[in-house]
Write a protein that binds this ligand. Structure first.
Ligand code: PMP
Length: 357
């Protein structure tokens, strides 16, 4: 007989909480967690393997605690005149966000996000002992500068999350919202650009706003556009002082030598690694257009997934797709489901299965 959580001296604030748990089922077509369904290109895989093999020869030693080469790689990739001193990285952008909250949230403090948004924000916030406060969005999940600033002004949170484009809705966020929220707050403002590479190429990133804003942070991930989710690599750009704050809370040597080697090698091939982005965007737009034709209501998306309304009973539709070998996500928003844009075949399989229900 094993014990239950109630038998343990668990922190009071963790009692009754539910862990993150998107189903991991091995179905033929998995479009539920916004992964890039395309494998790493063969020619890059070989180079990454060589880099890992080399790192393995020194694996008896602790890795470079400052992951110097990797930070240089991210600074190069991001451009915008960023220096390696402005870069931080960790095991997925989830850990990047965790470091930020450990440094700037914590007991007695608050973090704020505009619902519906990324479901990990409240969990990550709670894990540091801070309180999460939910703001609101318009009917269509958009956010105006005036409304966002007013909500943040009222709440005065220590940390604000701006998810751009937003998960799970795909909604774009314009830079005037970032500027207005920054002005309205005294805390750290995190722009989570996990899906930025899927936005129209001529749309500016919040990276353009970093100069002169020492409380602004732009976080990114290799999990989506780079097709590197299994390697667990996320990163951010901010003022060097923010990076110093994160050094206070990270575990020593948090990025393994193997992770550093793999990510640094992958970044050397950024254009090839990102080669499928345009294809994924084309599938996303085809999914949206076909969903409309089928009578559903897709929301505008600048990401690699589509949230669509007009689903009478999401649980039944989800099960119907599951039974046909297709995994999508019920994010709990009434009458909606969310689907990641896969390859052409996967996207077609999803659309045909949905049409057959
Ligand atoms: N931010 C957003 C908005 C996300 O959707 C995700 C993953 N679904 C993450 C951060 C975390 O990604 P990772 O830890 O793989 O970098």
């Amino acid at each position: 007989m094993s014990a239950s959580l109630d038998d343990l001296p668990l922190r009071d604030d963790l009692r009754g909480q539910i862990p993150y748990g998107a189903p991991q089922a091995s179905l033929p077509v998995t479009l539920n967690v916004n992964e890039n369904t395309h494998p790493v290109p063969e020619e890059v895989a070989d180079d990454i393997l060589d880099a890992i093999a080399q790192a393995l020869r020194d694996i008896n030693r602790y890795p470079d605690r400052e992951f110097t080469g990797l930070r240089e790689g991210f600074a190069d990739y991001l451009g915008h005149g960023l220096e390696p001193e402005q870069i931080w990285a960790a095991n997925g952008s989830n850990e990047v966000l965790h470091h930020l909250l450990q440094a700037f949230a914590g007991p007695g403090r608050t973090a704020f996000g505009f619902s519906p948004t990324y479901s990990m924000y409240p969990l990550l916030t709670g894990a540091t002992g801070a309180t999460y406060v939910s703001g609101t969005r318009g009917e269509d999940f958009t956010l105006s500068a005036a409304d966002a600033a007013e909500q943040v002004e009222r709440a005065q949170p220590d940390v604000v999350f701006l998810c751009s484009p937003n998960n799970p809705t795909g909604t774009p966020l314009s830079l005037d919202v970032v500027e207005a929220v920054y002005e309205a707050s005294q805390g750290i403002v995190i722009v989570d650009e996990a899906y930025q590479e899927f936005a129209p190429h001529d749309e500016p990133s919040a990276l353009t706003l970093l100069h002169g804003r020492e409380r602004l942070v732009v976080s990114r991930t290799m999990s989506k556009a780079f097709a590197f989710a299994g390697a667990r690599v996320g990163y951010l750009a901010a003022d060097p002082a923010v990076i110093d704050a994160l050094r206070l809370v990270r575990l020593p040597y948090h990025l393994s030598a193997l992770t550093q080697a793999a990510a640094t090698a992958a970044l050397r091939h950024a254009p090839t690694m990102l080669g499928m982005v345009d294809d994924i965007v084309a599938q996303r737009d085809r999914i949206s257009a076909t969903l409309s034709a089928l009578g559903y209501s897709p929301y505008e998306s600048w990401s690699n997934f589509v949230l669509f309304g007009g689903v009478d009973d999401p649980a039944t539709t989800w099960q119907g797709l599951y039974d046909r070998g297709i995994l999508v996500r019920d994010v709990g928003l009434p009458h909606t489901l969310r689907v990641s844009a896969g390859s052409e075949e996967e996207s077609t399989a999803f659309l045909e299965a949905l049409a057959s229900l």
